[in-house]
Design a protein. Structure first.
Ligand SMILES: [Zn+2]
Length: 380
């Protein structure tokens, strides 16, 4: 992008990113919208536990089979208790679940990773308790529209919510958002809305602030009356050198990969209650902003055949407890380490928790959170 355009883009971004402010800590009004009165049949005793993880790629059939041991039956085994006992469980589906489609990248290039998971593996997500997966990432279009649609059909059949993909040609309509009603431990019900943003033209984009505001504030909150809004995003540079959260926008091999601090804050100003990110393949800091929880990168969680060494092997699962208005109560970083071809395994040394604690200390100015070496997250 030429420098002059870049400066113009930055100025527009700053203006737009600041136009959703005015959020209170106990509800979701913004300065631009009428106050939204949420239906509150629930009591203050109601709390919600939300489990979030990063990239999931359960094995690849392209160009050759590279599948986990025992056909993946046990890839989530170590994390299953935590994943299934949360009220809401979400991740990022980093690839397609399909059987056909034309490869989009040049196979001879070393960077040409393309992922196609077998449809029977959708059941592994169901068994692990996933309610929702974001599709706004850089692999959902690896085999163009054909495999993207098959992925959505496979998730639909399995009853797993999804959103965030987009046809760059504008021919097919994909889900921008997803809503689901959950029963709280007290028996009360709560409506939860989900949406996902990435950095490619085949996904909804973090920098498309008009869409971010329209989906979160207008659709999920105002029209659909969601009491809790969960926002998934894919963004940031990749690799061990990308563990620190920068100020400003990020570029990776010529791709503009988001202005992530501002995006996360903007999403919350618009009404988001939990914002969880991934994309760098390593973990990043967490933040409490207006009493809402942000995870800037959860790294990899279950990426079969890749991302098992060094920092990319850290596979955190974060559980977040909120009240019915989305205010953060406390949380826990459960540390897992990926094992080659086997998925995430419990990590008694708590590497992921220690790394997130240390990055939060260096990268979040005046952090309002205390993170113990065991991963317990509390408010200061
Ligand atoms: Zn990615």
């Amino acid at each position: 992008m030429p420098k002059s355009t870049y400066i113009l883009f930055l100025s527009i971004t700053i203006i737009v990113f600041t136009s959703c402010t005015g959020k209170q800590t106990s509800a979701h009004p913004t300065s631009e919208q009428p106050t939204i009165v949420k239906p509150t049949t629930q009591t203050e005793a109601d709390t919600l536990t939300i489990a979030v993880v990063g990239d999931i790629m359960m094995g690849n059939t392209f160009p050759h089979n590279r599948l986990p041991a025992e056909d993946g039956k046990y890839i989530f085994e170590d994390a299953k208790d935590i994943l299934t006992s949360a009220d809401i469980t979400c991740g990022n589906l980093e690839g397609t679940i399909a059987t056909s489609g034309k490869p989009r990248k040049n196979l001879n290039s070393k960077m040409a990773f393309m992922f196609m998971m077998p449809p029977r593996y959708t059941q592994h997500l169901v068994d692990a308790g996933f309610d929702y997966v974001g599709l706004a990432n850089n692999h959902i279009y690896d085999f163009f529209e054909e495999a993207m649609i098959q992925t959505e059909e496979n998730l639909e059949k399995a009853g797993i919510g999804y959103s965030g993909a987009k046809d760059p040609k504008g021919i097919n309509h994909h889900k921008e958002l997803y809503t689901k009603e959950f029963t709280l431990p007290t028996g009360n019900k709560i409506k939860v809305g989900f949406c996902a943003f990435g950095h490619e033209d085949y996904s909804l984009r973090t920098r498309d602030t008009a869409s971010v505001r329209r989906i979160i504030a207008d659709s999920l909150q105002k029209q659909l009356n969601c009491q809790i809004v969960i926002v998934c995003f894919h963004g940031g540079r990749e690799g061990a050198g990308a563990r620190h959260l920068p100020y400003g926008s990020e570029n990776f091999y010529g791709d503009e990969r988001g202005f992530l601090r501002d995006f996360a804050h903007f999403a919350i100003d618009c009404g988001a209650d939990i914002v969880y990110g991934h994309g760098p393949h390593v973990v990043r800091a967490v933040e409490l902003y207006n009493n809402r929880f942000i995870a800037y990168s959860l790294g990899n969680f279950c990426t079969i055949g890749m991302g098992t060494s060094g920092l990319t092997g850290n596979a955190p699962l974060i559980t977040i407890r909120t009240d019915i208005n989305g205010n953060f109560i406390d949380g826990k970083i459960h540390s897992f380490l990926q094992q080659p071809m086997k998925g995430p395994k419990k990590d008694p040394s708590n590497s992921a928790a220690k790394e997130i604690a240390s990055l939060t200390q260096t990268d979040i100015k005046d952090s309002k959170l205390i993170i113990s070496q065991e991963g317990t997250i509390t408010i200061k």
